[in-house]
Design a binder for this molecule. Structure first.
Ligand SMILES: [Zn+2]
Length: 404
């Protein structure tokens, strides 16, 4: 027996980047979108299987956060951050479940984990906490840095005489991607300071070749011109952060159609001048760094760089779930229209995570979507107060879920 359900909404963002459409009717059959058209009274097939959400309502596609650290909380207290590295496996599993819940209630139905020292984010996939019931897709994999360089808090250092490809091949295939750290962290005391690449072009190429052979994607953490140039030349799938990469790299990225995940909100959190300040950070330098990244974003838009949104949630001051609102807001500040940002935050992210077949509000796709009880002018802020999430056409009410 077929199961039909129809929904009326005031506004619809379908995730394609086109204009928001008003007064729309969504017809869902057996959990899939069948028709998406303007609402007319006579198009309602069966009034008992019809829901009018217009009170008012805006429908959007589920969001994707392409860069999170599930094992870390957003605490700005250094002691708490150190302690949480040492929790028992059970405590960490529960914390990860809580972070996934926060993503879910903000409409983020897929995340990509950027790593942690002990690989907890990666283990979660095979062994989630019993309390973790949310249908959030988690993509994860090992991360590698050079011995003695930045990155051992995120992944495993590889020795001087070992290549990242060899380290990854020893790891096996139980992962979605491999991450490589190819620069230092952004300096928050000395504006625009660049660091040397951690790996050579040949090493990065060998890693990409091996990863693609076994159908895994490669995400590269890189800031500064040379570390980014090498990552792009090597053929990485996504470039993370990319602070101070410069114009030439932005053009290169547009030519190669490499996805850029700029993690701007994480720097905004550092630029907050109100106490308590984070140790070792000059908020003035953070603010200038943020402005520079927003300029790079505007250039990327002009050049046609493929971008997906990632928040670096779990870094100090960057909350799981909520940070997506801040990330979207900064893209708007950089001059992107809301409808474009929603495409980057949904369909582009889904493609990077290999979920393209499953996302986007169009006929023939699973009926996953978010409902905000507000007009589009109140986005993105009202994402913190979603009314409902529909999964394969079935409603999950957020008012009940958020109290759990
Ligand atoms: Zn990160």
């Amino acid at each position: 027996m077929t199961n039909i359900h129809q929904i009326r909404t005031d506004w619809l963002f379908d995730g394609t980047g086109g204009r928001a459409r008003s007064n729309m009717l969504l017809t869902i059959r057996n959990g899939m979108f069948e028709r998406i058209e303007e609402y007319r009274h006579e198009r309602v097939i069966n009034p008992s299987r019809f829901t009018d959400l217009s009170s008012p309502a805006t429908i959007l596609p589920p969001l994707v956060d392409c860069h999170v650290h599930l094992a870390w909380s957003a605490s700005t207290d250094q002691r708490v951050r150190k302690e949480q590295q040492k929790g028992t496996p059970d405590q960490i599993r529960r914390r990860i479940a809580q972070h996934i819940h926060h993503h879910f209630i903000h409409g983020i139905l897929a995340v990509r984990d950027g790593g942690d020292r002990a690989g907890h984010g990666m283990r979660h996939q095979n062994n989630p906490a019993p309390s973790c019931e949310e249908p959030v897709v988690v993509k994860s994999g090992p991360a590698f840095c050079r011995q003695g360089r930045y990155g051992k808090g995120i992944g495993q250092p590889v020795q001087e005489d070992e290549s990242p490809a060899r380290a990854f091949s020893r790891f096996g295939t139980r992962c979605d991607h491999v991450k490589v750290i190819n620069s230092g962290i952004n300096s928050l005391t000395s504006y625009g300071r660049e660091t040397q690449p951690q790996f050579t072009l040949a090493e990065l190429r060998a890693l990409v070749r091996h990863a693609h052979r076994i159908r895994k994607k490669v995400m590269v953490h890189a800031n500064g011109r040379e570390p980014v140039r090498l990552a792009l030349e090597a053929g990485c799938d996504s470039l993370e952060h990319g602070f101070f990469m410069g114009r030439d790299n932005l053009r290169r990225m547009a030519d190669l159609q490499t996805t850029w995940v700029p993690t701007v909100h994480a720097i905004r959190a550092m630029a907050d001048p109100t106490p308590p300040r984070l140790p070792g950070i000059d908020p003035e330098v953070a603010k200038r760094t943020l402005d520079h990244q927003l300029e790079q974003l505007a250039l990327a838009r002009e050049f046609g760089v493929r971008i997906a949104l990632g928040t670096d949630a779990g870094c100090p001051g960057v909350l799981h779930g909520e940070a997506m609102v801040g990330e979207i807001r900064l893209f708007l500040e950089a001059g992107f229209p809301l409808t474009t940002v929603l495409r980057l935050a949904s369909i582009h992210g889904a493609r990077l995570l290999g979920l393209d077949h499953d996302r986007g509000i169009e006929p023939g796709r699973p009926a996953h979507f978010l409902v905000v009880r507000a007009l589009p002018a109140l986005l993105p802020e009202r994402l913190t107060d979603l009314q409902a999430i529909y999964l394969e056409g079935r409603r999950r009410d957020l008012k009940i879920l958020s109290s759990h």
